[in-house]
Design a protein around this ligand. Structure first.
Ligand SMILES: [Zn+2]
Length: 93
């Protein structure tokens, strides 16, 4: 059972293969570690976006962050994050 199957593996910005998790509002800009602020993202978009917001990049989110379904989506705060998210959160930090 993989963590990134189905639609969750599509990049929220370009629809490509998501390899990481992106903070829509960067943490350095006050973005939260909540599901409302986390989207799947490919490495290319993640690198391009950096510390900017989608609005600053004129990027349209292809997916709207939605309430989690299933225990593995429990990402309400960094202290409550599922251990499987830690590599992604570290990458996005
Ligand atoms: Zn992308």
């Amino acid at each position: 059972m993989g963590c990134c199957g189905g639609t969750a593996s599509a990049c929220a910005y370009c629809g490509g293969h998501a390899a990481t998790i992106d903070h829509v509002q960067p943490r350095s800009r006050g973005g939260a570690d909540s599901w409302e602020n986390l989207v799947a993202c490919c490495q290319r978009c993640n690198n391009t976006k950096g510390d900017r917001t989608p609005q600053e990049m004129s990027w349209q989110l292809r997916v709207i962050p939605r309430p989690p379904r299933g225990a593995h989506w429990t990402v309400r705060g960094i202290d409550r994050a599922d251990p499987r998210w830690e590599p992604y959160l570290a990458l996005a930090a």
